[in-house]
Design a binder for this molecule. Structure first.
Ligand SMILES: [Fe+2]
Length: 185
């Protein structure tokens, strides 16, 4: 279940309160329980997945893709599997841990593990959203955000795209106040 963490370490855990806070930035958060099937759970618990296993796991959440295709015109999806032994992991994560925007929405369905989105409010305030297995998030185009693992090793997420060209990060150059505050805590 997702929670918001503010720079002063206060937290927001109640789902509807978290959803309301995110909605101020046009962000949608839904609770979509991860598949309970035994084989799906086996795949979600593996450290890494080969391409066939990724497709197999995507098959367990195909109904979600069909819903997004119908409702919002999504065209493609893939699965990203982050774990501690990925070669070049730090470089991969460094592309997204600086504040950026995208020309298209960033849509993720977390199946397993944990990750952190950071968001910038209109007054410049920043906060973190911890996402876990069963969280669906839609970050609108042009919303300033970042993504980081904050010491968590693993995350499996489905990425949905209308057009993959909208996925390039455009760095805004803004400083991550939250990260500096957290680092000294
Ligand atoms: Fe992003």
């Amino acid at each position: 279940m997702a929670r918001i963490i503010f720079p002063d370490a206060k937290e927001l855990k109640d789902l509807s309160a978290v959803q309301s806070h995110l909605a101020r930035l046009g962000i949608t958060l839904r609770s979509w329980p991860a598949p309970a099937d035994k084989r799906a759970r086996e795949l979600m618990e593996k450290k890494s997945l080969n391409d066939a296993e990724k497709e197999e796991l995507l098959g367990f959440v195909q109904n979600r893709f069909e819903e997004l295709k119908r409702e919002k015109g999504y065209q493609t999806r893939d699965m990203v599997v982050i774990h501690e032994d990925i070669p070049g992991l730090a470089d991969m994560l460094a592309k997204f841990d600086k504040i950026h925007t995208h020309a298209d929405n960033e849509v993720r369905y977390i199946l397993a593990g944990t990750g952190y989105f950071g968001f910038v409010e209109p007054d410049g305030g920043q906060y973190l959203l911890e996402v876990n297995g069963g969280d669906y998030i839609n970050v609108p185009a042009n919303a300033e955000h970042w993504f980081e693992m904050r010491g968590c090793a693993r995350c499996k997420a489905v990425r949905y795209f209308i057009d993959t060209s909208g996925w390039t990060p455009n760095y805004t150059g803004r400083t991550r106040e939250f990260a500096e505050a957290a680092a000294t805590a």
